[in-house]
Structure formats: structure tokens, C-alpha cells
Design a protein around this ligand. Sequence first.
Ligand code: EPZ
Length: 440
Amino acid sequence: MPQPTSCFLSTDQLVITGGRPLQGTVRIGGAKNSVLKLMAAALLTQETVTLTNVPTISDVTTMANVISHLGVTVTQDGDELTINANKITRNEAPNELVTKMRASFNVLAPLLARCGETRVSLPGGCSIGKRGVDLHIKGLEALGAEIDIEHGMVVAKAQQLVGADIVFDLPSVGATENVMVAAVLANGMTRIANAAQEPEIMDLADFLNAMGADITGAGTSEITIHGVPQSALHGVRYAVMPDRIEAATYLIAGAATRGTVTVEGVRPAHLQAVLAKLTEAGCDITMPTPTALTISAPLRLEAQNITTLPYPGIPTDLQAPLMTLLATAEGSSVIKETIYENRFNHVGQLRRMAANIEQDGNTAIVTGVERLSGASVKATDLRAGAAMVIAGLMADGYTTIENLHHLDRGYEGLIGKIRQLGGTIERRMGGVDTSLAHSE
Ligand code: EPZ
């Protein structure tokens, strides 16, 4: 069972001394939003799957717990995770595991396809929005599954899934993944129109194809899956794609502190929309190698208007970090969140740090101030937590950040990476500095 090298209670605090430009190079890890789906999809084959470039984050541990609960063997050795689903002894993912992490809902499709019947808890909403699963359900029903909701559980049955034409109302990442995975073992051909085009969908399709599936079009809005028999699927060794959101977070931190930061081990093509925005704001971005990006920023950046959109638009997962960056830009920026109805919890926290932000529904107007001022703030979700770290690094004086369990979910070795860039950051547990006791 994988264990993160650093697992802290939520009473921990990050203490940051700000005001110093970040300088240097960091290596980016495997993508959280891909590895979790690859782990779930590994249930499709009875043979052994080895994932490499797996980040040490608590969400990976949670997904390992979910699939171990199903009777699947999971072992970790460094950044390699080995999964063997030769036997699935339980076909039910209970509430306490699914509500902890929405991505657990991705076991629905492989369990249905492998076992013919499954019960998976509804994930429910979270702090950033309602986050329904109607599109997952409609898509699986179109493939012939019989689905009922009983006592908060999705109960899905299908002796044999059958290929179908599916048109999504909106390009949901999770629904595209669940339907694509289910269709791998369906009879005949499935076509998903208005599919999500995120690079993580392509990573999942590449992984499934390496395992013996027949998927084309992933990464575009139309995906075609020709069903294969279960015997056609085999074990595979597969490297998780780099985390584009982690990469952009460090680039934004470099720009926000007016420093020079290089991220290594990235796929620059995945970052085009955000790189274009950072360039418009006045940053200088170069590509020293095909898998590295360097950013440097002038003293004053220019305000930008930002609307979050499905890929290839600006990702909602970077909205909070970008808002923080723009908090000290020249002029007023208008930021519109279109993916989630409630992803502005960081606005109040940034205001505590002297940012000038007006919010009206899903729009925020950020009027640049000279400097942010260190304060005591909270991580209200994972990316809002990253935004607070960036704000702390930009600000005068000390910033303390609480609710670190959010950050632990998705940023591998955060403290070590910030220190490598010259940032002053430490983690205190119950008032005691534990940063030296853990290899971040
Ligand atoms: C994935 O969530 C990511 N999570 C999110 O990252 C990311 O913000 C999101 O995609 C959008 O890019 C993982 O990959 C684990 P969606 P997902 O289905 O799949 C609505 C992070 O910080 N919707 O594309 O849940 C939904 O409510 C996280 O790393 C329905 O209405 O996203 C939302 O408003 C946060 N019905 C919108 O679509 C459905 O059946 C987009 O959701 C499904 C979705």
C-alpha cells in the first residue's frame, strides 16, 4: 500500500516569509488528474499494470485505498505503482471512500465492465460546486447499463455493455473518462461527441491502447472506441504524463515574485493558453529544451482578462493562482469562472492579504495593488491553497496558511521545490517545526 513520505494532520501550518523573487529550476511530477484515472482503469485487465512517474500525493494514497478495498493488489516502490486486479473480490465503493475524493467515482466504469454489476457511492458536491454525475450516468445508460440511485449509491448493472453514439451536453472530463473506459469492453463501436479534450483524456486513451484497447480521437471532441474482448487486454508499464497544473503553478509563482523559474519534465504544448496569457501580461517565456520552460517577469505586470474554459482554454484549476498573480499587476483584470459555480473562496483570503478584489457572481474584478501584505489565511481547496502559497511568497512579511490537507492532495514535495527556488517556507505541526523530519 503506498504511503506518502509526508502525511500531516490538518492542524499543520505553512509559514512563508515573502518578498523574495524565486530563482532556479524544479522538476515537475506526474499528473494527479491523470494518475488517479489510470489507477482506476487498471481494473479492466487481470494482468499486472505498472505505472511510473507517479507523484507522492495523498490523492494517490486515497485511490490506492479505494482499489485495495475492491480486493486489488497495489504496491509502491518510489515513483512506481504496481496494480494487479486479477481478482476483484468486492464490487462496491462505499461512501467514506468516494466522498473523500471525487475521482474515486472513476471506478464505476471498470467495475461495471469487469463485474457486470457495481455499487458506487454518489460523490456529492464539494466546496467549489455541485459537481453532478448526470452525464456519467446518461453515458453509461446509453451503453446499455441499468442504473438506479439507492440510498446515495449508484447501482449499475449490465451483463454486456453495447457500443452507442453519445453526445454530451458539456465536455465533462470525468464523464468522458468513465464512458471511454466502459466502452473498451463493450460490444461494437462507441462514439462520444462533445468529449472533453483535456490532455489527461489523451493520457488515459494512450494507456488503454497500450493495454490492448482500440481508441482513436482522444484529445479531440470526438472519440471512437471499438470494443474488445476482456482477453485482449494485457498488462502494461506506462509513464504518467507530467502535471500541467503543477508546472503552471511554479511558472506563475516565478512571475508573481518577479523571479526567473525553469520547470523541467513538462509538455509545453499542454500549457499554451496560460503561456499566452503570461506573455501578454509582460512575462518572458523561453523553451530551453523541448521539455522545459523558463519564465522571467518584469517588475510590473499588466492586467489581463481571463475566462476559464474547458481545454484548450485557460483551466479553471489555474484561476486562483492567476488571480493572485494579477493582484499586483498594473490596472484592473476581469476574471470569469465558467466551469464551477463557487470557485472564488480564495477571494476573501486574498483580500486579507490586501488584494483589491470585487466579486459579482462568477466574475471578479482585480485592481492591482503595489504589494500584498502577509497575513494568516486558509487553503479553501487544492488550487486555492497553491494560490495562497504564491501570495505568501509575493507578500511583505510572514504568511501562515492553514488547511494544508488540501495542498497535500495534489502538490508533491511542495516545500522542497519552493526552497529549491530560494523561497523561505516551513511546515509547522502543532506549533513545532517538522519540516526537517520529512523529505518533501
Ligand atoms: C476534473 O474534474 C478535474 N479533477 C478537476 O480538477 C478540474 O477542475 C475539472 O476536471 C475541469 O477541468 C480530476 O481530474 C480528478 P468535469 P471533473 O466533469 O472530471 C459539471 C483539481 O483541482 N458536470 O469536467 O469532476 C460539473 O459540475 C480538480 O485538480 C455536470 O454538471 O470535472 C462542473 O461544473 C478540481 N454533470 C463541470 O461539469 C456531470 O455529470 C466540469 O466538470 C459532470 C460534470
